[in-house]
Design a protein around this ligand. Structure first.
Ligand code: FAD
Length: 444
């Protein structure tokens, strides 16, 4: 280990991106330190246990079979997984009509959107043939002009702009929407359960992967509860001022969400385009709420627990009960305007609104959970949003080219910079490894 706190590389942030970067740097024989603001690793994964042992993943939780980076880590550490409970009927509340799947109009629209997404080169979306037009246009305006039914537009606004991008169609460009879809390999790999992004869960919770990655680094590599406040980079080396002291490094990988990377003080200030990119990538506003019941009563009624809805505040629900759990968990998601509306209410009113909709979907027994557990990632000092950040309209074509470009001795990671599975664990791992490759190429 180097003396006097001088490292070949310092990584800021111990989420999947930062931990993945650190592993590659250590493997390359570079002296490495990770500085993490929180008293724990994992960032946007957070597994909590209720006193009786019921497990709740308050942050990210699913992995899917085409997410090869995160799957490799799960295998490397021998972490057990289980399939997302899937038996029983899905409920689709489609403009007040109750269906058991998406109607043909939605399938047609999704096929069209998929075809458009195939025209977006994921490493450089700004070079898509219709990039300029798609980047200045919101997805809401595309839906309006497409001439689909109002309910179909509302469904896609809530399920795509909400469920995937954690916002609403009026704030996201067509290009960002298509990039996100292309980055995951299509609409079905994103929205589906079996064989798709919601296929598999982690025994012990998703935070277990991050815990194991941190434990597998040389002792003392990860330094917790020490946020980086200021970065001085004169081209020859870097001085990092943290809450507890200072560190020096030849190279730094900043593996934190854009919203937070932009809040670190840089001296000299970052180039204008780099700063502009941070400013144009706000984080989503999704809310994830867990209702805990004595048993999964919906299964006995023939339902899978999966619901999608065009009305009410909740767009999606899922059976989130781990195997051998003492109690059952039904998890609900609100996105975009509905998630903002819920935040405007106090906790008692939020509870009333959420339970009323669960009752409409799953019947009387849903009205009386043992507990309702919520966690607001938007209010988390070291995350500031949920699920991830996205370019606002115009962002990709004006600022996309600088998203991953190093600034002198500073390198950028985090899921928002990923080419594949952007926004997911898998993309975070990819981004950390890519940034470590950049550093390795210079230092070894
Ligand atoms: C509710 C929710 C559900 C999700 N569901 C899924 C899912 O099912 N599957 C999936 O694949 N993805 C999911 N995601 C997204 C997934 O969690 C993220 O893509 C991934 O965890 C991001 O990893 P990261 O390393 O890029 O960033 P982060 O996890 O945000 O890590 C950044 C780290 O940097 C630290 N940090 C911030 N600022 C500083 C500073 N100044 N100094 C030092 N440290 C700092 C933070 O504390 C954090 O630990 C979900 C996210 C949320 C919030």
């Amino acid at each position: 280990m180097p003396r006097y706190g001088y490292y070949d590389a310092v990584v800021v942030g111990a989420g999947f991106a930062g931990l993945s970067a650190a592993h590659e740097l250590v493997r390359a024989g570079l002296s490495t330190r990770v500085l993490e603001a929180r008293p724990r690793v994992g960032g946007r994964v957070l597994t909590r246990y209720l006193p009786d042992g019921t497990q709740l993943d308050l942050g990210g939780q699913w992995i899917g079979p085409t997410q090869l980076n995160i799957t490799e880590l799960v295998h490397r550490y021998g972490i057990e997984t289980y399939p997302t409970p899937g038996e029983g009927a899905m409920i689709v509340d489609y403009g007040g009509e109750r269906l058991t799947g998406s109607p043909p109009e939605i399938a047609e629209l999704l096929a069209e959107i998929d075809a458009m997404a195939r025209q977006v080169p994921v490493a450089e979306p700004w070079n898509a043939p219709r990039a300029a037009e798609w980047d200045r246009r919101t997805f809401a305006s595309w839906l309006a002009d497409r001439g689909c039914s109002q309910v179909a537009a509302r469904f896609l606004d809530r399920v795509i702009s909400g469920g995937l991008l954690a916002g609403s169609a009026s704030e996201t460009s067509v290009l960002e929407t298509l990039f996100y879809i292309a980055s995951a390999g299509g609409v079905e790999p994103l929205l589906g359960y079996e064989g798709a992004a919601q296929d598999t869960r982690i025994v012990g919770g998703a935070q277990e992967i991050a815990n194991r990655m941190a434990a597998d680094l040389p002792a003392g590599t990860v330094h917790l509860s020490d946020p980086v406040l200021r970065i001085e980079h004169d081209g020859s080396g870097v001085r990092l001022v943290t809450r507890l002291g200072e560190q020096w490094a030849s190279r730094v990988i900043i593996a934190v969400p854009p919203m937070l990377a932009g809040r670190i003080q840089y001296d000299p200030p970052l180039p204008g385009l780099r700063e502009g990119a941070f400013q144009r990538m706000p984080a989503g506003t999704a809310l994830k709420v867990h209702a805990v019941y004595p048993e999964p009563f919906w299964r006995a009624d023939g339902f899978s627990g999966v619901a999608r809805s065009t009305s009410g505040v909740l767009t999606e629900t899922v059976d989130n009960t781990p195997p051998n759990s003492p109690r059952a968990v039904l998890t609900a998601f609100a996105y975009g305007e509905e998630a903002i509306l819920l935040r405007r209410r106090d906790a008692a009113e939020r509870r009333r609104i959420v339970l009323a909709q669960l009752g409409e979907l799953f019947g009387q027994r849903a009205l009386e959970p043992d507990e309702l557990v919520e966690f607001d990632w938007l209010a988390e000092e070291w995350t500031r949003g949920c699920f991830s950040g996205h370019f606002i309209p115009g962002g990709w074509t004006s600022f996309g080219a600088v998203l991953r470009a190093p600034v002198g001795t500073l390198h950028w990671a985090c899921t928002e910079t990923a080419v594949r599975w952007n926004g997911y664990f898998d993309g975070a791992v990819e981004s950390g490894r890519r940034a470590a490759d950049e550093v390795r190429a210079v230092l070894t």
